[in-house]
Design a protein around this ligand. Structure first.
Ligand code: C5P
Length: 308
């Protein structure tokens, strides 16, 4: 019989939304979405080690702090897996962060995804990918995508996923301004803006199909043309420092720039790493952002790096 595992290391990627079309609110309070997610090669790495109790430590390459209490998504993922499988195991969790914190790039969701995959192996519960994805959806709409990775179309509240065919690699400058935005607050402001404009929200929002052609045909101009985020106007209203970042990135020569998810990270589409560095330097010089990161997409979903 195989010995039980002592330690499992799993990483899961952050994401940007290449399209985010927002529709009406459903009966669970979630907005119906049509979105295209792309995973990028900034990863959250979770190390789960066998232990009596459940505990959590964090380290980070990015600025900012996260709660280590019961509201933390990695701990909530562990509790949910215990409940689902009727087990009472412990684990010492260590999360190492590369994804900007509370930035609209799904870092917390990636923590939850990596924790579920790691503990499912450490505890020998063997739920399998599909059940883990459904469990992840209970923790947040972006968690299933952090498990799947690559580029995918998200419908419903974002958790119903279909992989999108892509060709080639895309380079992104991720410009992180100071301050955080709360996802529910951005959705609320979006509703207020739509109401004030007398605009009714579609039950099933539609994507610009040309974006899928851009992705399968490696067409950067067409991708730039189709990048769209309905939440951007709400994020601009709540964070006055944000619109100048998008404008400056485009002025500095970017193909296009948009707020990622509910923000405030701005995803800037560039031709290559050299252009990313020069635009990043311009944004930093003008004190428009706190940090700039360069990332490539697509990247794989949650994957096991080590186990012993
Ligand atoms: O998915 P997550 O739980 O992180 O979302 C946080 C909040 O953002 C939700 O409780 C809801 O208020 C809002 N949200 C939404 N529609 C979505 C996703 C999130 O209204 N599709």
């Amino acid at each position: 019989m195989a010995l039980p595992l002592q330690r499992v290391v799993v990483r899961a990627p952050g994401k940007i939304n290449l399209s985010l079309m927002v529709g009406a609110v459903d009966d669970r309070g979630y907005h119906s979405l049509a979105t295209v997610f792309q995973a990028v090669d900034l990863y959250e790495t979770v190390t789960a080690t066998r232990a009596e109790e459940l505990s959590l430590r964090m380290s980070s390459d990015v600025p900012g702090e996260l709660p280590l209490d019961g509201s933390n998504l990695a701990l909530r993922a562990a509790e949910l897996l215990r409940q689902e499988c009727g087990v009472d195991h412990g684990a010492a969790l260590h999360v190492h962060k590369q994804v900007p914190i509370a930035g609209g790039m799904g870092g917390g969701s990636a923590d939850a995804a990596a924790t579920l995959v790691a503990l499912d192996r450490l505890w020998g519960t063997h739920l399998g990918a599909e059940r883990l994805r459904r469990l992840g959806a209970q923790l947040g709409a972006d968690v299933p995508f952090a498990m799947l990775g690559h580029t995918a179309l998200g419908r419903g509240n974002g958790a119903d996923l279909t992989t999108v065919l892509t060709h080639g690699e895309w380079t992104w400058l991720l410009a992180v301004p100071g301050g955080h935005l709360s996802t529910p607050a951005v959705f609320r402001r979006f509703d207020e803006i739509a109401l004030a404009a007398g605009r009714s929200l579609a039950e099933h929002p539609q994507l610009d199909e040309r974006q899928l052609q851009a992705l399968s045909g490696a067409n950067i101009e067409l991708l730039a043309d189709t990048l769209h985020n309905d939440l951007q106007i709400a994020a601009f209203a709540l964070h006055p420092g944000l619109e100048p970042v998008v404008e400056a990135a485009e002025r500095l020569g970017a193909q296009a720039a948009l707020v990622s998810g509910s923000g405030p990270t701005v995803a800037v589409l560039v031709e290559d790493e050299a252009q990313a560095r020069s635009i990043g330097a311009g944004l930093m010089r003008d004190s428009l952002v706190e940090t700039c990161l360069v990332a490539r997409g697509s990247a794989p979903g949650a994957s096991v790096l080590e186990e012993s």
